[in-house]
Design a protein. Structure first.
Length: 195
């Protein structure tokens, strides 16, 4: 038995396509339809014209801030911006790591950012060690939030609320506490040797 298109069940054939609307019908039905077809109708066309004299800036280039020490700049940039921060000049080993990162690697390379993060870690360790030499060293119990964990419902605020940071909470005490425990053990050994 031969089957004609009318004998084939509807589930096995594609439904007939509706007739496409003309651009005029679409423009009448949808406000703003086809704005990208005719360049005369496109509101962004003047912006797309390349004009090197038209910068869009309504100010003169400011006087450049004096560079009191050689500032870090990426290998991609030939000069510093006219204004830059001077609050935390690079110092010590962390500053040397940061300067090396800027001098050697592009901002598009992972090594650049990994060295900057390593410089931050070295700076954090150095500031912790420097605080031990002052009359008021850092207090790891109050400044790391351990007291708030007990007094302010630390566990119940995490469990059952769908927080994304719950996965790493088990390692947080190690990350925060291990440097302090290591410093305490090193101090104890140092005093023990001196005795």
């Amino acid at each position: 038995m031969t089957s004609t298109p009318h004998d084939v069940p509807a589930a096995y054939t594609s439904p007939p396509r509706p007739q496409r609307e003309t651009p005029e019908q679409l423009r009448a039905r949808i406000p703003g339809w086809g704005a990208d077809l005719d360049p005369a109708d496109r509101p962004s066309v003047p912006r797309e014209r390349f004009d090197p004299t038209l910068s869009g800036a309504h100010w003169e280039y400011p006087d450049e801030q004096p560079e009191k020490w050689p500032r870090e700049r990426s290998v991609e940039h030939t000069q510093l911006p006219p204004v830059f921060g001077t609050a935390q000049p690079p110092r010590g080993l962390s500053g040397a790591i940061r300067k090396y990162s800027y001098a050697k690697y592009s901002e598009g390379q992972a090594a650049h950012w990994l060295l900057l993060m390593a410089g931050d870690r070295v700076d954090t360790l150095g500031s912790g060690l420097r605080s031990l030499l002052t009359l008021r060293p850092d207090n790891p119990i109050t400044q790391t939030g351990v007291v708030a964990e007990v007094k302010r419902h630390g566990v119940s605020s995490r469990v059952g609320h769908g927080r994304a940071d719950v996965k790493h909470h088990w390692i947080d005490p190690l990350i925060v506490g291990a440097p302090w425990a290591g410093a305490a053990a090193a101090t104890y050994r140092l005093f023990r040797r001196r005795r």
